[in-house]
Design a protein around this ligand. Structure first.
Ligand SMILES: O=C(O)c1cc(C(=O)O)c2c(n1)C(=O)C(=O)c1cc(C(=O)O)[nH]c1-2
Length: 599
């Protein structure tokens, strides 16, 4: 284990966004337990002075707490030994016009730490390394080109001696990538594109050698003209698949789009969460939706959008890649986290996808072990064939230009969006924040203009069959089954925190921070914070006392229309209509705050 991985073992600290390389959001602290949680009280708060969605979590390194706000991404270091005074702050200067490019609110998913430095990924694509002690800038570099409509909202992630960061712009026809920088000086170690030739996706001859069928040229055959109106696709059985093929990032984009080859404007954003297995030296992350949202103009599987990749940390080359939703027709952007865990001596990875399926894979080989619906309302596919990995799409819910397909479940924001799940090695269950939203989706023709939104669909969103917009569940990753499920009025847009006392925390858009029993889902405690919670709760210890901390400040896709005062139902990519009622609980725009609780 490297120094950072050792630091992650100390549960008094919280040194990376999802706690550790495995991204399990789990702490061994247990002072706050089921018996005493009724005494959990606000210990202190900090108003950020910034309105809009506060995603991500604070970090606790030694006796200092670090966090970043929504745009303009101000950074604070607070001294836990000295009355939470500001040790230093860093206010980046960003061109305010970048805000107009952010699809789903002015969010950032937080800071990273490593090598004595705090890393900030600004919304304008600038990655900054700050001295953790003083806040002085050590280096900076520009990751993406905002002139093309690219931005950055992801948290940077430090793995060993690299800082890894992503790219947003799936709604702008950006050709996205993941980049690794050397932690010392910010020089580029490697960059892996999501689409394009193997040399640029960093794929070599050993790619998918354990599952060569993942590298099939096409996983569907056309029925009645394929993706033309009235047509659909049929999944090919394994014996009909042709594999392995090279350069699928080019060959599965069968037609040019707009001004270039399809793959050159293919999206595949990387704005989610990444994890790392230091023994295998593999980085896990996944890529977003193919651009544009109108699927008729990009026939083919559109690889390697919607793909979980496992890449060598040193070289960036992919060991395996599995496409979750070939030829996406719904914006089931697959960037959600992949959580690493073990069972029966096997190294596993679980991923809760926007498309509504919960996946468990062997993380050494990429072999698909489990793929089950997280909720029965998922209707775009009847199931996933484990032998091929191919979803069986229900043609009723295939989308086509100028046809308004109604009743698609889940909605584009998925059964779960970016809000990260947690895993408890104690209960052996995952704790997963959920959306319960369906949609009507109509692909439309759109002209491409560099740097302008290039969406290509109109959607409206509404509650699913449970009559509510969200939920929170415990999930068994081996069985592919819910252990318990709890309804929520709104989508749960906050991450989950699991602790060794079997108390699990999450926040809600109607301003609660909640604690539930890890074994039953029974509510144990709740507290009304100042604005809806889209941040991720964490826990840490200071001077022998356990604390829970969470950012509040409504936003993200669910809150963006409200924050901007949009009232037409289709505005905010459908969020304005779907989430109208948030106004009954939240000021618009929502104000940001850090909230800390202790016994
Ligand atoms: O394709 C993209 O580039 C992109 C970027 C982002 C983002 O950067 O926040 C989101 C999405 N897509 C997206 O599809 C989505 O559901 C979403 C939700 C949120 C959020 O913070 O709540 N961001 C994004």
């Amino acid at each position: 284990a490297d120094d950072l991985e050792k630091l992650m073992q100390d549960d008094n600290q919280w040194v990376s966004q999802r706690k550790n390389y495995a991204s399990n959001g789990y702490s061994k602290l247990s002072q706050i337990n089921k018996a005493n949680i009724k005494n959990l009280k606000a210990a202190w708060t900090f108003a950020t002075g910034v309105n809009r969605g506060h995603e991500g979590a604070p970090l606790v390194i030694g006796d200092t707490m670090y966090f970043a706000t929504a745009f303009p991404n101000n950074v604070y270091a607070l001294d836990l030994n000295n009355e939470e005074k500001i040790k230093w702050s860093y206010f980046p200067k960003q061109d305010p016009s970048v805000q107009a490019l952010l699809c789903c609110d002015n969010v950032t998913r937080g800071l990273a730490y490593g090598d004595g430095k705090i890393f900030l990924q600004q919304n304008d694509g600038v990655l900054v390394a700050l001295d953790a002690k003083t806040g002085a800038k050590v280096w900076d570099t520009t990751v993406v080109d905002v002139k093309q409509g690219a931005t950055t909202t992801n948290a940077p992630h430090v793995f060993k001696d690299k800082v890894i960061t992503g790219c947003s712009g799936g709604e702008y026809g950006v050709r996205c990538y993941l980049t690794a920088y050397n932690i010392k000086d910010g020089s580029i170690a490697w960059r892996a594109y999501s689409t394009g030739p193997d040399t640029e996706v960093l794929i070599d001859k050993d790619f998918n050698k354990d599952n060569p069928h993942y590298s099939a040229l096409s996983v569907y055959e056309d029925v009645n003209g394929g993706n033309k109106e009235g047509g659909s696709y049929k999944a090919l059985p394994k014996d009909k698949l042709k594999f392995p093929e090279k350069d699928l990032g080019v060959k599965t984009w069968l037609k040019p789009q707009a001004t270039k080859n399809g793959w050159e404007q293919g999206g595949g954003a990387t704005w989610g969460w990444y994890s790392y297995d230091s023994a295998l030296n593999l980085v896990y992350y996944s890529t977003g939706n193919p651009s544009v949202w109108n699927p008729d103009v990009r026939p083919g599987d559109n690889k390697w959008s919607m793909t979980i990749f496992a890449r060598d940390l040193d070289t960036g080359f992919a060991k395996w890649g599995y496409q979750l939703t070939p030829h996406d027709e719904w914006d089931f952007d697959a960037v959600n986290e992949t959580i690493l865990w073990e069972a029966d001596g096997k190294k596993l990875a679980s991923h809760f996808d926007r498309n509504g399926f919960g996946y468990t894979l062997n993380r050494e080989t990429g072999k698909l072990l489990v793929a089950e619906k997280m909720h029965p309302f998922v209707n775009w596919a009847t199931g996933i064939d484990l032998a091929t990995g191919i979803p069986h799409k229900d043609p009723k819910f295939s989308t086509h230009e100028d046809v308004n397909v109604t009743g698609i479940c889940p909605a584009a924001l998925g059964v779960k969006d970016q809000q990260p799940a947690a895993y408890s090695p104690k209960t052996k269950l995952f704790y997963v924040p959920l959306n319960h939203v369906c949609m009507d989706y109509e692909p439309v023709e759109v002209k491409y203009v560099a740097g302008q939104p290039w969406v290509g669909a109109t959607l409206s969103m509404y509650p699913g069959p449970d009559g509510v917009m969200g939920g929170f569940m415990a999930w068994d990753g081996l069985k592919g089954k819910q252990a318990w499920y709890k309804k929520e009025k709104f989508s749960v847009w906050s991450g989950a925190l699991a602790t060794a006392s079997d108390v699990v925390f999450y926040g809600t858009l109607d301003r609660w921070l909640k604690a539930v029993d890890a074994k039953s889902g029974k509510e144990l405690w709740k507290f009304r914070v100042g604005s809806g919670v889209v941040g991720n709760p964490i826990t840490y210890g200071h001077k022998g006392k356990q604390y829970v901390a969470v950012l509040s400040g409504i936003g993200g896709w669910a809150g963006v229309a409200m924050n901007l005062g949009l009232t037409n139902d289709n505005d905010g990519l459908g969020a304005a209509g779907g989430y109208k009622e948030l106004k009954e609980w939240n000021a618009a725009p929502g104000g940001g705050a850090l909230n800390v609780f202790g016994l």
